[in-house]
Design a protein around this ligand. Structure first.
Ligand SMILES: [Fe+2]
Ligand SMILES: [Fe+2]
Length: 447
């Protein structure tokens, strides 16, 4: 061991890391901040792998991934999963449709393959790459082609400081419901629509889970950015997610529906053209062959945050939810938690039996507006929700970031009548911001 003098390369650092330049002298550098451009630089190796559906979840599965622009042909391979080591030569290989995206940080290429002709309720293995550089093999399981019990995970806004503060929430949710059929994200996944580093953080938090459990997402106001004369959805949205194009013209992949195991999931786009979506919504509900209907969009019908209201959403869409007895509406935007009862206080909300939820999974926090319609509220709490559908019963549970059960109820279908709602007994105390503490998270500037 050579005894070496320590020479500081910085006078401003409090954490000094010694290293030798070979001459026996140790130089000390302060830690270097690694920026988004470096952390999320695309390479020939696939990253941001995400499963979504654009067609029937019992017969198809879309996968999207990112590379740099040296990859001229994206490839995906698929075969029935087997316990024996997988043999690539036995796989079906499909060439991707690719889209270039110039972001604030880099120039990337997104690749999408939609696996079709799959067998319902079957486990498949797939990988993506370019013929030389391949991802690991992932598993997914197709949906059943009819009603079958399943669970899914619902997240309110992740949005801010995602890597630091949201990673633990999605991972806690995965540990709670590892066999979830999908994750559902009710908008404001990120804070700045076209910020590639924030999308990098979002994909990093979910990691390999997004390649195994499909994602359903609806855009929030933070997925919208000023562009030309108006505001348009993030340039990342359509290249990186493959959602159905069965919505109104111009709202493809933001307004859409999917049927999965006895449930119709409808995404509405609450950021633009709210009246335009009414007739489409009415048709989507009138034609629904499933027992259950769950609708998601970002701006809540009943705002949980102080000083906020989305009257147009309520006036335009709620009468249609009432008419068709939508079961559950999953929303975000208000950075608090609130869940309606069927009728509560003086405000006989939702006589049709619809339950409205606002939740938040990221660190930005607002103050609650304690309306009489809410059966349960929370401030200053990161949450995720697990929803189980089984025959005539839907079971809902909201859990905090540490996994504690915070709210729960059960809906039971009744023929020709609104659902019966039964609130579960919860031992967790109501979580409200301390009078002097709390407040908005660092880095939060706008809703
Ligand atoms: Fe938000
Ligand atoms: Fe929002």
């Amino acid at each position: 061991m050579i005894a070496a003098a320590i020479v500081s390369c910085s006078i401003a650092s409090t954490m000094l890391v010694p290293h030798s330049h070979g001459g026996g002298t140790l130089h000390v550098h302060p830690p270097r901040q690694v920026g988004h451009a470096e952390m999320y630089r695309p390479t020939p190796m696939p990253d941001r792998i995400v499963l979504t559906w654009s067609e029937d979840p019992s017969a198809s599965q879309a996968v999207t991934w990112r590379t740099d622009r040296t990859v001229t042909a994206g490839l995906a391979q698929i075969l029935p999963a087997d316990a024996a080591p997988l043999v690539a030569e036995a796989a079906r290989q499909i060439t991707a449709r690719s889209t270039d995206l110039k972001t604030d940080l880099n120039e990337a290429r997104f690749h999408t393959v939609n696996f079709q002709g799959l067998v319902p309720n079957t486990k498949y293995a797939y990988r993506v790459g370019d013929g030389v550089n391949w991802s690991e093999w992932h598993h997914f399981t197709t949906a059943s082609d009819g009603p079958e019990p399943f669970s899914f995970i619902y997240f309110g806004d992740a949005q801010n400081d995602i890597r630091t503060h949201w990673s633990r929430v999605i991972r806690e949710a995965f540990q709670t419901a590892p066999r979830a059929k999908f994750t559902l994200h009710a908008g404001d996944l990120i804070n700045r629509a076209n910020n590639d580093g924030e999308w990098g953080e979002w994909f990093g938090a979910g990691g390999w889970m997004n390649g195994t459990i499909p994602v359903i997402a609806t855009p929030g106001n933070h997925e919208y950015a000023a562009m030309n004369a108006g505001r348009t959805v993030s340039a990342h949205w359509r290249p990186q997610f493959e959602f159905p194009s069965n919505g109104p013209a111009g709202l493809e992949e933001t307004t859409y529906y999917l049927d999965i195991q006895g449930v119709r999931i409808i995404s509405l786009n609450s950021n633009e053209r709210i009246p335009d979506q009414k007739e489409w919504l009415r048709r989507a509900l009138a034609s629904n062959p499933n027992r259950w209907t769950i609708v998601t969009f970002h701006h809540p019908v009943y705002s949980t945050a102080r000083g906020r209201d989305n009257k147009e959403v309520r006036d335009q869409w709620q009468p249609i939810f009432d008419e068709f007895r939508v079961d559950l509406v999953l929303q975000g935007h208000d950075h608090t938690y609130g869940r309606t009862n069927l009728s509560s206080g003086t405000n006989a909300v939702t006589p049709a039996g619809t339950v409205y939820v606002v939740s938040v999974s990221g660190p930005k926090m607002y103050e609650i507006d304690r309306k009489s319609v809410f059966a349960r509220v929370a401030e200053q709490t990161q949450l995720f929700q697990v929803i189980h559908v089984d025959g005539d019963t839907l079971r809902y549970e909201a859990r905090t970031a540490v996994g504690e059960l915070y709210d729960a109820f059960q809906l039971r279908k009744r023929r020709g009548a609104p659902n019966q709602l039964e609130n579960a007994r919860i031992t967790a105390a109501e979580r409200m911001k301390a009078a002097s503490g709390g407040g908005k998270a660092p880095g939060s500037r706008n809703p």
